[in-house]
Design a protein around this ligand. Structure first.
Ligand code: BG6
Length: 368
């Protein structure tokens, strides 16, 4: 059942190209994005003037990433909120609000209660879920299923990538409904998503150096993660994985925030994993990251840089360089997250921990 892998998580990391491809499959019909269960009219979607994403844990990080794409494509404001905070702070909701609930299990109590609160306030609810017929999709007005297959490892991997792809499709479906994208642009964005499974396959072929690095740094007490733009939530996810699996104090930061506090944490030899934006994307993002890396290196940080092979500026300064294939900026999280998953799993293995069942955690948390 583990298919020759030592842990389910390793198998699930390897299954990510398939999880992504299956999630995208069949959602472009006659040049239009289609959802799975749509108990909402096209007019309901056209009327949406604000989006909330609610979720917990890794699903929340997927929502943070999707915010960049949904806002960019739809020009609708998107707020991403931890489900456990959302319903207790009286969020402003009405029938033109779309609440997107992301949940692998579809049974997480905090997310379910957030959905119920949204419905009480007349908001429309769309669920992104990996479990057919679970409670959250049952109570939602529309559903987009991720087809990652069962995920056994408590720490989510393939579902995370599938959730990002699904949330991006929601963004495209909204863009086509509200009219911010021409049909051919929607198709082009969808085709770009379809190229990602092959890119993830490439990343997976190059994981041995990442495992070596993980073994080298397995004794660290603290590891920091830095990113900007969509790389920021990737940094959060990398840190979450390392905490959950290896019980190492790990924090993700927006690189621009460094000088407003976190840089005080940098000391000699501290490992910092940096998610570099493509040098072919927005030049300013890339050059700002390079100066952030210089700032932390000047204070003794050891940098592990995840960057495109053609990124010479990064290669020139990195203490360790992890190459990832070129992708459009918004799609990079789908490839840059993979080495972070492998890093965390390998550190946990090296420390002798149960990768599939980290202490104190449950796969699905059905109490608030
Ligand atoms: C946590 C799991 O308890 O719940 C995480 O350990 C997961 O891996 C989170 O991301 C949310 O779960 P779900 O099923 O709502 O996506």
């Amino acid at each position: 059942e583990k298919g020759g892998y030592e842990y389910f998580m390793l198998k699930e990391i390897a299954e990510q190209p398939e999880a992504l491809a299956n999630t995208l499959l069949g959602h472009l019909e006659n040049g239009r994005i289609v959802l799975d269960e749509q108990r909402l009219s096209d007019q309901d979607l056209r009327d949406v003037d604000k989006v909330f994403v609610v979720a917990c844990g890794t699903a929340y990080n997927a929502g943070m990433i999707a915010k960049y794409a949904i806002e960019h494509w739809t020009r609708l404001p998107v707020e991403v909120e931890l489900a456990s905070e959302f319903r207790y702070r009286d969020p402003v909701l009405d029938r033109s609000t779309l609440v997107v609930a992301i949940s692998q299990s579809g049974e997480t109590a905090d997310t379910l209660e957030a959905v119920r609160h949204a419905k009480d306030q007349k908001a429309r609810v769309l669920a992104i879920c990996n479990t057919n017929g679970a409670q959250i999709p049952r109570e939602s007005d529309a559903v987009l299923y991720t087809h990652a297959g069962p995920e056994i490892g408590v720490a989510s991997t393939k579902c995370f990538l599938a959730q990002i792809a699904a949330a991006y499709m929601v963004g495209l479906a909204l863009a086509q409904a509200v009219g911010t994208k021409y049909p051919d642009e929607v198709v082009r964005e969808f085709r770009a998503l379809e190229e990602i499974p092959a890119a993830v396959e490439k990343v997976l072929e190059q994981m041995e150096p990442v495992r070596d690095l993980a073994r080298q740094y397995a004794g660290s007490n603290t590891v920091l993660f830095l990113g900007r733009h969509v790389g920021y939530p990737v940094a959060l996810e990398g840190a979450l994985k390392l905490k959950e699996l290896a019980y190492i104090h790990a924090e993700g930061f927006a690189a621009g925030e460094l000088k407003h506090g976190p840089i005080a944490l940098i000391e000699d030899g501290l490992p910092v994993i940096v998610v570099m934006p493509s040098p072919e994307g927005r030049a300013v993002l890339h050059s700002k990251m390079i100066s952030n890396v210089r700032e932390i290196q000047a204070r003794g940080a050891r940098t592990i840089m995840i960057a495109e092979p053609g990124d010479e500026a990064s290669a020139a300064i990195a203490d360790h360089f992890i190459p990832i294939p070129h992708t459009p900026t918004l799609l990079q999280p789908l490839v840059s997250t993979v080495p972070l998953q492998v890093f965390a799993a390998t550190v946990a293995q090296e420390r002798g921990y149960d990768v599939d069942k980290p202490r104190n955690l449950a796969k699905s948390v059905t109490v608030e």
